[in-house]
Write a protein that binds this ligand. Sequence first.
Ligand SMILES: *Cc1c(COP(=O)(O)O)cnc(C)c1O
Length: 481
Amino acid sequence: MSVKKFKLPNKGLSEKDLFNEMKEKRKEDARWQEGKTFSLVFYPGAEALSVLKKAYLEFFSENALNPTAFPSLRQMETEVVAMTANLFNPTGKTAGSMTSGGTESILLAIKTCRDYYRKKRPDITEPEVVMPTSAHPAFDKGFHYFGLKVVKVPVKNDYLADAKAMESAITKNTIMIIGSAVSYPQGVVDPIKELSKIAQKHKLWLHVDACIGGLVLAFKRQLGKKVPDFDFKLPGVHSLSVDLHKYGYAAKGASVILYKDSELRRHQFFVTTDWPGGIYPSPTVTGTRPGGAIAAAWAIMKFLGVDGYKKLTRDLLDTTDSIKDAVAQIPGVKILGEPAMTIMGMGSDELDVYQIGDHLLERGWMLDRQQNPACLHLTISPAHIEAKERFIQDLRWAVDEARKSSAGKKMDSFQVGLVSTLARVLPKPVTTKLMKAATKATTSKGGAKKSAAMYGMMGALPNKGDVKEMVLTFMDKMFSP
Ligand SMILES: *Cc1c(COP(=O)(O)O)cnc(C)c1O
């Protein structure tokens, strides 16, 4: 369909009509309030949500681009950065910025490191980064944007970064190494202590991606539980990213990038002095910076306080333990590795785990599919504290169903990789369409409907090299009317 179909209405709609239309549009949206999603939404409860919304609206119109115009936002941002930094063993010189999200924090860490080494090591003209395969795609994006070469090192059998192999991958051009606390796919803490030593020995920049794990790990530690060192306590750690819009429960558009020393952060800032519009300084990637996101982050941190975060963290860890215990009792599924907190991958040695995912979806549970190895992803958030018993029940049912229908049929791992890539990248409606088309094209015999379609879809897939092109085409479709 062409963009021409959706024109700006000549006459504005009434408020009533507008909200009715929005209500209609969101009918098919994921029901995160009931704990049906395992990523994307971090719901802190009705009371906290109301505080968040009020704070956001209070600063809805303000723009933090110019810190002198709105001293309130400047103060709140500085306080948010400081409150966050204080959870991660800051040095006296630790400094940072608020950003729009984990991706922007990571982009900035990469750019800042690159610019720092340009000055410090001008002899390195083709800088390289060494990172574990488990590191978040935001890094790939950053290296692509900023022109750095990345060397990816496979994780070990326990899904932790292989520090020794990473050290072996260092060349005379390496400037940066990456570790996660925790990694997204399996929720484990990489051996940051070893990586810190390697960074020091080879004079490299170590970035710790604590986007999703930082806050839970910090409060788990404050609860007196064991957490491996991963922050500025380790001298090799140069920068650390922490998302507030995940386990900080802030409104979307809030993350923090921290540097061990404000001297490093200087390389993050951008300023142009010859523009006819005036001198233009910009601390982060974005120009206009929404005041609401800053105010909401500030408000939720002050509203929850250490006690509030500790309580949420304790409840989440308990909920995770219950789900882990339940999975251990269900033959056919298992948690991969030893997740350090509330993020985990659930796989299977005998069943098709994607089929289990299909059945869970029949009952409304949305779990993302992962690959290498095939597993389903669980991010436990406060909505699951209430929902866990229902989830465990439905998981038992889904595993039984998968056992009935799979009858020993186990997908070839290469095909599984392709399908899971597509299923993960593409929005549900597109996957559904694809599957429908594939089902029409193939004759499915027995088995769960969706899985049959999945097999059909695999048959219709081209080789792996074409998958990227296919996904790009789908993206084009997806962002069109
Ligand atoms: C979510 C996440 C990111 C990216 O953050 P966005 O806010 O989605 O841009 C980076 N790293 C990890 C480990 C994450 O979980």
